[in-house]
Design a protein around this ligand. Structure first.
Ligand code: FO1
Length: 315
């Protein structure tokens, strides 16, 4: 059995822990297709927050409180950069984390594609799933906001971390998406999947940039495998993060029904065959989609694996 997971963000990384636990139980293989829209170049270093969240979380090196970056982190370089007045001061790289970015950047500058670099970094962390960036090409999420002289676009991280998504916002732009190609192995993985899971990640800034890579959405929608999504919204509020603010920009209701309808039913031109919602949202309807409920709080690996089992039982 081959399970493909479309994922991004910290919720997506935690969900993968449950997918891996389930897969170990039944002897399945897992491929994670990971968002790169959050990636940025900082102090000359290529930082890939979502790939790193998956790698550190599954490799046992993630900080459990913050959810991002390394456990037991120190911040000497951040303090030294601040002493030089180096911008941005609103985004910090930890010392241990910087080692990852140094190796990644060196390999990228040496001509290796991001997918090959990711595979090389993962040999240290042994995440137990195959990690593929959605694309090797530059694809960055930018956010169009109000500026002093009309609208301006800022990087997703500035919107998310500096402004906490709390400024007048017009839309999201996935820069580079038109010409990006799926990374090697992505279309093959989707084509050979027995099931495609959409993680309970932010649908607007974690999953949408993955689906924006030309050919990827279609591969999922037209592929042989059933597609099951897991709601990131429980009882009208995001489990974590700021999906409510992102959905608001799109004019989509922050609810399990709103997100389910945003993805849409495969038989109605969308993506989903199944939609797993929390018991609080039982009774939610999405046209042409089988909806079931199960506890969706990823309190530990066992609870998350039970969620994955419920998602797979849907199809
Ligand atoms: N989030 C913050 O709130 N503040 C930071 O300074 C910050 C730094 C950072 C560095 C590396 C990394 O991989 C992630 C980092 N994050 C930080 C998390 C990140 O902004 C987001 O949570 C994700 O991009 C959304 O999934």
């Amino acid at each position: 059995m081959h399970i493909v997971v479309l994922t991004g963000g910290i919720g997506g990384a935690r969900f993968l822990r449950g997918v891996r636990a389930y897969a170990r139980e039944v002897g399945a293989e897992v491929t994670a297709v990971v968002n790169v829209g959050d990636d940025l170049l900082l102090h000359g270093l290529k930082v890939c927050p979502d790939l790193d969240s998956v790698m550190y979380t599954l490799g046992g090196g993630a900080d459990p409180e913050r959810g991002w970056g390394r456990v037991g982190e120190t911040w000497t370089v951040k303090a030294e950069l601040a002493a030089y007045g180096a911008e941005p001061t609103w985004f910090g790289l930890g010392d241990k984390d910087i080692a990852t970015h140094l190796v990644r950047t060196t390999m990228l500058n040496g001509g290796y594609p991001l997918s090959a670099v990711t595979e090389a970094l993962a040999t240290r962390w042994e995440p137990g799933v195959r990690m593929l960036p959605a694309t090797d090409d530059r694809l960055e999420t930018h956010v169009v906001v109000d500026g002093e002289q009309g609208q301006r676009a800022i990087h997703f991280q500035e919107w998310w971390v500096r402004y906490r998504a709390d400024i007048p916002t017009h839309r999201f732009v996935f820069v580079g998406a038109e010409t990006a190609k799926p990374a090697p192995g992505v279309l093959e993985a989707i084509g050979s999947a027995d099931v495609v899971l959409i993680a309970p990640s932010n649908p607007v800034v974690s999953i949408a940039p993955v689906l924006a890579v030309p050919g990827l959405r279609q591969a999922v929608a037209d592929g042989p495998a059933p597609v099951v999504g897991v709601s990131p919204i429980i009882g009208g509020a995001p489990v974590r993060g700021m999906a409510d603010r992102c959905l608001d920009v799109l004019g989509v209701e922050c609810s399990a029904a709103g997100v389910g309808r945003l993805y849409g039913g495969r038989r109605a031109g969308g993506l989903l065959d199944g939609w797993l919602v929390a018991p609080e949202d039982e009774g939610v309807a999405v046209p042409e989609v089988t909806v079931r409920s199960a506890p969706l709080l990823m309190t530990d690996e066992t609870a998350t694996a039970a969620m994955v089992r419920a998602a797979l039982e849907l199809v």
